[in-house]
Unconditional design. Sequence first.
Length: 80
Amino acid sequence: MKVTGIVLDKIANGWSPEEIHFQHPHLSLAQIHGALTYYYETQSRLDAEIRQVLDDAVKLADQASDPEFRRKLSGRKPSF
């Protein structure tokens, strides 16, 4: 799991490190605290990375909702 995933669990869900550990038992509390420490030390860079990933997801969602784009992906001819 990436540091940004742990950070998003904390920020988006409001989860404490203990709740993150409950939801992701394969992570130790030490790993979770380490990830959060790393985030706070490099917050501006990681926030920019998170924003980029979210922006890319919005663009993909917009493309996927475009009927012409979906038709091209599926290789179908337009139905008139």
